[in-house]
Structure formats: C-alpha cells, structure tokens
Design a protein around this ligand. Structure first.
Ligand code: ZN
Length: 179
C-alpha cells in the first residue's frame, strides 16, 4: 500500500491539496495495513467530529471510507470498494467536509441509497440507508472520484465561501502548522 507516512502519523489533508481531486484505485490487499488504515481514519473522524472520512482525505488514493451517522462508537462503519445504486428521492441539506473546514454548501442528494461494499477482511456487505447515512455515502463516494462539495457550489455559495477558500489556499501555499 502506498502510504505518505506511517499510519499513526496520517493527518487530514486539506483543500486545495491535489490528492483530493484524484480518482482512487480499488483496494486489492485486505491485510493488517488496511485494517490499521481504517482504524486511523475512524480515529481522525472522531477527533474532528466528522460523520465520514474517505481515504484520499488522509492522503491515500484507495477506494474506502469510514462513517458514523450516530455519534456512538457502535456506529463506526468501514466501506471498502463501495458501489452505490438504487438512489431514490431528492433532498437538500448543508454539507461540510473535514478537508474544507468552515465551508458549508447546500447540496441536493438522493434521500436513500443502496451500498454494496467489502469489509476490512474482504467480505461482502450490502446495506440500504436513508437521509444522513445515505448522504454520507454519497459525499464520501464522491471523494473516491475526486469530487468535492465545492465543485457543486452555486454562485451565491461561491461568494459566501470565497474568503475561507482563499484562506485555505494561502495556508496550503504557506503552511502555518501541521494539523
Ligand atoms: Zn468530505
């Protein structure tokens, strides 16, 4: 597995890091490294009070993400090589992203979806989710194809978030400290 640093040192990658715009490759090795990576992602998701985190957000170009739509430890889920289908309904809600802190974008998403994926051992999982969980899946699945919420911004949203995005761009060009 191509890791930018030891797993315990992985940090959340911030906009405009170009890794966030790349298409990720399928996971092929279901080994201890994959399990450790998923655990580190869960740890970071909780640390930053997120509801989901995709591998490219920690600098790893692989198709997996973690989620927790309940805030309870039992709500932690790992989705490897996910595929979404049977998207139904439409609802709009504000969406944030741990890689673009401070930015919120109103985004229309399907209300419900089916996910087919693998667990960390490679076993198949199928699940049907709606509302927040389905939204997390769609947001995180977008990350695996290099799509970010800011790619969906309306003109109004672009104006509203311009200062924060400029600030993140300036910090990326000249990092103040490691996050
Ligand atoms: Zn995100």
């Amino acid at each position: 597995m191509d890791l930018p640093c030891p797993i315990e040192k992985l940090r959340i990658v911030l906009y405009p890091d170009p890794i966030l715009l790349q298409r990720c490759a399928p996971v092929e090795a279901f080994d201890e490294t994959l399990a450790a990576l998923a655990n580190r992602m869960i740890e970071l998701m909780h640390l930053y009070r997120g509801v989901g985190l995709a591998a490219p957000q920690v600098g790893v170009k692989l198709r997996l993400f973690v989620s927790n739509d309940t805030g309870e430890p039992e709500g932690d889920r790992i989705w490897v090589n996910p595929k979404l289908s049977d998207l139904e309904g439409v609802e709009e809600a504000d969406e944030g992203c741990l890689s673009i802190p401070g930015v919120n974008v109103p985004k229309r998403r399907a209300v419900s979806a089916t996910i087919q994926a693998q667990d960390v051992t490679g076993g198949p999982i199928t699940s049907r989710g709606e509302h927040l969980l389905a939204r997390i899946w769609q947001h995180e699945n977008d990350h695996l194809d290099g799509r970010l919420v800011i790619h969906y911004m309306s003109e109004a949203s672009k104006i509203e978030n311009k200062t924060i995005l400029r600030q993140l761009e300036a910090e990326y060009a000249n990092p103040p400290r490691r996050r």
